[in-house]
Design a protein around this ligand. Structure first.
Ligand code: NAP
Ligand code: GLV
Length: 309
């Protein structure tokens, strides 16, 4: 019995150690050294090559190494009937909640502007609204966006969220469906993106969406680079429509040297590190799902490839 590990960015070593401890009979094989194809029961993947998941007759589970599955649904051919799951884990949620809070507080307390003033040797006191006077908007109210939204509401911010379907979250005003996107954006001074990347959300944050925000809004992208039309964001930063941006994800990663975001005075770039999958808890989740499947139960956190998340 074996697990096939496919990723060009993660090392299999920590996963091999985690599975050796928790399920020693499950051998971890790193792509492309797949060995006997009929022994592979699980594939654990990040952006797997197009045909890498075909021809595995006993494959029971395709597990995404991340919470997002766009890397898997976009170009990879999926074998019929094999469930695809995404990564959902308390540690991953806690890290993302922390990152969202960190950067919302930074934008609220005007840190990107103070960093620019410092670089210019300027001592200037900027007006500072209270948290209850600050309108935060979270795009995506799932596991990660929901956790960030409720924690930010706990700081006393005026928090709204945007999702596909209506829902009830303590302290959060919910805007649901595409016809509520504009009103949601119009009231949002600090926008946090935590949507999944799907055909519906691709390039959603474009010139029109950025123009719908109040002038001088801040933007924090923790979702995917593909949500943003990067040239439109760069133009909105140059015009002052967007005052500051904190960007963790990009269309092309690593971010190319020629990107204007590296050098913009009010942009903070981080290298896709908002929240990171932990192999030990990840291995536990995969083992739990494998056991469920062997017992004829549906795996947890299954994604619907037809809607993309
Ligand atoms: P999730 O639980 O599946 O939640 C997705 C949310 O987005 C749901 O609230 C969903 O609405 C909403 N949504 C989906 N399509 C929409 C649309 N067309 N219009 C409006 N709302 C829409 O996902 P999650 O676990 O919170 O993860 C979100 C994303 O975070 C991942 O897909 C990944 O791209 C990103 N991520 C980034 C990092 C990083 O390090 N930067 C780390 C982990 C994850 P409903 O509630 O109505 O279904
Ligand atoms: C990381 O980006 C993830 O999807 O978990």
């Amino acid at each position: 019995m074996a697990l096939l590990f496919i990723s060009h960015v993660d090392s299999p070593d920590d996963w091999t150690r985690a599975f050796a401890k928790l399920m020693p009979e499950l051998e971890v094989r790193a792509w492309p050294n797949i060995g006997r194809t009929d022994e592979i029961e699980v594939a654990l993947v990040w952006r797997p090559p197009r045909e890498s998941l075909l021809g595995l007759p006993n494959l029971k589970l395709i597990a995404s190494l991340g919470a997002g599955v766009d890397h898997l649904l976009r170009d990879t051919l999926l074998p019929d009937g094999v469930p695809v799951t995404r990564f959902v884990d308390d540690d991953l949620t806690a890290m993302m909640r922390e990152y969202a809070v960190l950067h919302v507080l930074a934008c609220h307390r005007r840190l990107p502007e103070y960093l620019e003033l410092q670089r210019n040797g300027q001592w200037v006191e900027l007006p500072q609204p209270l948290a209850r006077e600050r309108k935060i908007g979270i795009m995506g109210l799932g596991v990660l966006g929901g956790a960030a939204a409720t924690r930010l509401a706990g700081f006393g911010f005026d928090v709204a969220g945007y999702s596909r379907s209506a829902k009830s979250l303590k302290g959060v005003t919910v805007f649901a469906g595409r016809d509520q996107l504009k009103p949601f954006l119009a009231r949002t001074e600090i926008l946090v993106n935590l949507l999944p990347l799907t055909p519906d959300t691709e390039s959603l944050i474009d010139r029109e969406a950025l123009a719908a925000l109040p002038k001088g809004a801040s933007f924090i992208n923790l979702g995917r680079g593909g949500h943003v039309v990067e040239a439109d964001l760069a133009a909105a930063l140059d015009s002052g429509q967007i005052k500051a941006a904190i960007l963790d994800v990009f269309r092309k990663e690593p971010l190319p040297a020629e990107s204007p975001f590296w050098r913009h005075p009010r942009v903070i770039v981080t290298p896709h590190v908002a929240s990171i999958t932990n192999p030990e808890s990840g291995a536990r989740k995969i083992i739990e799902n494998l056991k469920r499947i062997r017992q004829g139960l549906a795996p947890l956190n299954r994604v619907d490839p037809t809607i993309g998340y």
